[in-house]
Design a protein around this ligand. Structure first.
Ligand code: PMP
Length: 404
């Protein structure tokens, strides 16, 4: 049974005060909060079996290795990858995208085209622009409409035999739009292009099945799904991960090193140079366990209620405009008050203990589309409540009164 009051007790931070007011945390799209169950795993690691992995014969090293590899298997099961060696631990979504973009350097040439969408986070734009600079490939953009949705008929027109790669996010961090990735993957495959999905925002809301999606690469970050920062995963189909060259060189990723020639380790280690974030990787698995125990269907149903409630209540405020009005969206409300800078609204909300994000949300092209400097973004998680939304609405009304 989903009970938000019971769930909230798992998150120690939710009982703290900010500026003398109970914390209302609505910046979940930037990073989610950490339940005690995950904090305990982190403390346990450093208290009881902190050691380097994959090399030591001693007990601590073996225990740490076993737990790290068990976590890889949990992640494999969660995303339904065929093999655990298709799961590469990374430092996060940004790292995963850069790894793939770097790998494509040797596979692209002048005349090739790669397709991004207008709804992307900068980390799913800039590495590909750098790839285009290195290879001479051209970057094409799927446009968006006023509702913050991708225009699929334009995507169809962009596809050709020159298209080698398509990369879009599953869910937009700035607007919450859920993109039609099934359609995008199918159409891209029809012309022989590979697809990378940036799942940074979907991880906490949706349980993706990478085999059913038939996606080539899927990347995400643990900190968006109740895990720690600085760790994430790249899923890649085995055939692609075998084809791509290593990203970084160093320890862990080699089979044999001489000054004449070095051979690389098998998957997944080929892409895991250096000592990884061992504790983070183990805690990522604990976060997957935690969210699965709550249940992704329960999470989606509850967050939709919050989204509907918050949208209705905020729209009652005169002069408030919401950006991102697709029917297919997660619990993100990006808005502005007429004539008032989002930063000023965010500052007043903070004084009231309410944490929201203000600015361009690392998605400047979206702000350019709407011709605005930024928005106020309230992003809800399954541990938020309607009474917290009431506090937000009162806070926004107060900000409006003070700033008008
Ligand atoms: N893509 C999207 C859609 C995101 O929301 C984020 C995080 N805001 C990222 C990529 C980058 O994630 P990270 O900073 O964890 O690498």
């Amino acid at each position: 049974m989903f009970n938000v009051e019971t769930i909230r007790k798992d998150f120690p931070i939710l009982s703290r005060k900010v500026n003398g007011k109970p914390l209302v945390y609505f910046d979940n799209a930037a990073t989610s909060q950490t339940p005690q169950q995950v904090i305990d795993v982190i403390v346990d690691y450093y208290s009881n079996y902190n050691a380097n992995i994959h090399r030591g014969v001693h007990t601590l090293s073996q225990e740490a290795t076993d737990l790290y590899e068990a976590s890889r298997q949990k992640i494999q099961a969660h995303f339904n990858a065929k093999y655990s060696h298709e799961i590469i631990f990374t430092s996060g979504t940004t790292h995963g995208i850069n790894l793939v973009a770097n790998g494509f350097s040797s596979l692209l040439k002048q005349g090739d085209e790669i397709i991004v969408s207008a709804l992307e986070h900068h980390s799913n734009i800039v590495p590909w622009q750098m790839l285009c600079e290195r290879t001479g490939a051209a970057l094409k953009v799927i446009p968006m409409n006023e509702d913050g949705e991708l225009v699929m008929s334009e995507f169809d027109k962009l596809l050709s035999e020159n298209t080698k790669l398509v990369f879009v996010n599953h869910i937009s961090n700035a607007l919450g739009t859920i993109n039609p990735i099934e359609y995008i993957i199918e159409k891209a495959h029809d012309v022989g292009a590979a697809v990378l999905i940036d799942g940074a925002q979907s991880a906490p809301h949706i349980k993706p099945d990478v085999q059913a999606l038939d996606v080539d690469f899927y990347v995400t970050s643990a900190h968006k799904i109740c895990g720690p920062t600085g760790v994430g995963m790249l899923y890649g189909k085995e055939e692609w991960l075998k084809k791509l060259p290593p990203y970084q060189g160093g320890g862990e990723m080699i089979a044999e090193v001489t000054f004449e020639k070095t051979t690389y380790a098998d998957l997944p280690h080929k892409f895991e140079a250096g000592t990884p974030n061992i504790c983070g990787g183990i805690a990522f698995g604990a976060a997957i366990d935690y969210t699965n125990a709550i249940g992704f269907d329960n999470i989606a149903t509850y967050e939709n209620e919050l989204l509907e409630y918050g949208t209705k209540k905020l729209l009652e405020i005169e002069g408030l405009k919401i950006y991102g009005t697709s029917k297919h969206k997660t619990s993100v409300i990006s808005f502005n008050l007429d004539g008032i800078h989002p930063y000023d609204v965010g500052t007043i909300l903070d004084k009231l203990g309410i944490a929201v994000r203000t600015g361009h949300h690392c998605a400047q092209p979206i702000m350019d589309f709407y011709k605005i400097p930024g928005t106020v973004r309230a992003s809800f998680a399954f541990y938020n409540t309607k009474s917290e939304i009431d506090a937000l609405v009162e806070g926004v009304k107060k900000a409006k009164m003070m700033l008008s």
